[in-house]
Write a protein that binds this ligand. Structure first.
Ligand SMILES: *Cc1c(COP(=O)(O)O)cnc(C)c1O
Length: 432
């Protein structure tokens, strides 16, 4: 897989990592990328196309990181690149509204039952932070319930016991977050409907937990949350930053038939550019400035390039492609399960629609404690490095999902599964 002649920069991964570490914490701009939890040197990406990324040394990888979700069409999808190119020629930011923002809001609302108004922001973190402020402003209550191992970005109030990067860094909380910031945050175990009383403004949940590995909602969990929130007059917030327009044409709301009060979106809707969104009914969104007293703003919100990329991506995501995406994910998940079983490796490969996870344990985790215990045995680290060595890039940490895209053809999946079979033998030897 090595072809150094493809590299134009002459840089090496190790060289860039050393230089990067001198000038950026961990050499990266988002902690998981540092390889801290798996060890070794991160590959520095030079370019990507379809299901592949190439590092600065010219090595090619089949990519399952896919930027943790935005790359649903595959890398550098021609319609997205063309949309960005033509948008850029007309200017990159104005500080005035544009037609594509209206189109984007209309597109999202058309797909999701109960969603009537949208505010575009620039990241999932910003979406969740703003949705929380909205829920508190609209209910006049302070308390928020979130679930251990669910990740809603890095806003102070939502960072308590987060999943993903927070989990893989082994941080129980976060330095710099004052106790006061999380004083109104209650962290409950996933998949159990918590007690919700009249002081609760909002219950925030990942409808499919995808930041502690992949943990599906137990049957009745989301319905139970809906009923308990209704009984207490609390709002239910679906953080669909990963599930939105990936799980189904209408996201988790359609997939599970449960309608929250407030939604967060991100990742897929930006087509690879920095975008987030939050939304709700017209009545609830009436609390957002300038209509109401919940202030929230952004210099780059509704950015012309981001809306171009997002609209081009959503245009490709017609109802029929979801069956293709799910078939791809099923081929991958089923094939992985078979390879591990044949090698005698204890592993589960949970899948919800197109979302896939892997745990090296006997029983699929249902909450963060179980996911954490499964992640701690070191088998994922072996799997990760054995796959990387064979030219397959998985997330460099055990708490992330795999993100097969529409560019991952059957041939690419089969190539991946060949590598999984080899890696499974190594895992069987090293983690008997
Ligand atoms: C990625 C993610 C976020 C944060 O989005 P950023 O764009 O990284 O700020 C929030 N919620 C969920 C469920 C996510 O997966």
């Amino acid at each position: 897989m090595t072809d150094a002649s493809n590299s134009s920069s002459g840089s090496t991964n190790a060289g860039l990592f050393a230089r990067g570490q001198a000038v950026m914490p961990g050499g990266v701009n988002s902690p998981v990328r540092s390889f801290r939890s798996v060890g070794g040197t991160p590959y520095f990406v030079e370019r990507a196309l379809g299901p592949h990324v190439w590092d600065v040394e010219g090595r090619q990888y089949i990519d399952y990181v896919m930027s943790y979700g935005p790359g649903i069409l595959g890398h550098a999808a021609p319609p997205v690149i063309e949309a960005i190119r033509s948008a850029a020629l007309a200017g990159t930011t104005f500080g005035a509204p544009t037609e594509r923002e209206v189109l984007m809001a209309e597109e999202l609302i058309a797909r999701v039952d109960g969603l009537e108004m949208i505010r575009l922001v620039s990241s999932g973190t910003e979406a969740a932070m703003s949705a929380l402020r909205l829920a508190r402003g609209a209910t006049g209550r302070d308390k928020v319930i979130k679930f251990a191992g669910n990740y809603h970005g890095h806003a102070d109030a939502l960072l308590a016991a987060g999943g993903s990067g927070v989990a893989s860094q082994g941080l129980s909380g976060c330095d710099g977050v004052p106790d006061g910031s999380v004083a109104d945050t209650v962290v409950a175990p996933y998949n159990v409907v918590p007690e919700i009383d009249e002081t609760v403004a909002v219950v925030a949940v990942e409808p499919v937990a995808a930041n502690m590995g992949l943990v599906p909602p137990a049957p009745g969990f989301l319905e139970g949350l809906r009923a308990a929130c209704d009984a207490a007059g609390a709002m239910l917030l679906f953080d669909e930053v990963i599930t939105g327009f990936r799980l189904a044409h209408g996201g988790a709301t359609e997939w599970y038939g449960v309608t929250p009060d407030v939604w967060c979106f991100g990742k897929v809707i930006g087509g690879g550019l920095p975008v987030g969104a939050y939304g709700a009914s017209r009545e609830i969104m009436g609390h957002v400035a300038p209509l109401g007293g919940v202030y929230q703003a952004g210099t780059l919100s509704g950015n012309p390039l981001a809306t171009a990329a997002g609209l081009a991506t959503l245009a490709e995501l017609t109802p029929d492609v979801y069956a293709t995406l799910e078939a791809t994910a099923a081929r991958l998940a089923d094939g992985m399960a078979v390879a591990f079983a044949e090698a005698g490796v204890a592993a589960v490969v949970p899948r919800v629609g197109p979302l896939v996870g892997v745990f090296f344990t006997d029983a699929a985790p249902t909450n963060f404690d179980e996911a954490d215990a499964a992640a701690g045995n070191g088998a994922y680290t072996t799997f990760f490095h054995e796959m990387l060595r064979q030219g397959v890039a998985l997330a460099p940490g055990p708490y992330e999902a795999l993100f097969p895209s529409l560019a991952h053809t059957d041939a690419i999946i089969d190539q991946t599964l060949d590598a999984v079979a080899v890696a499974a033998q190594t895992i069987a030897t090293r983690h008997p």
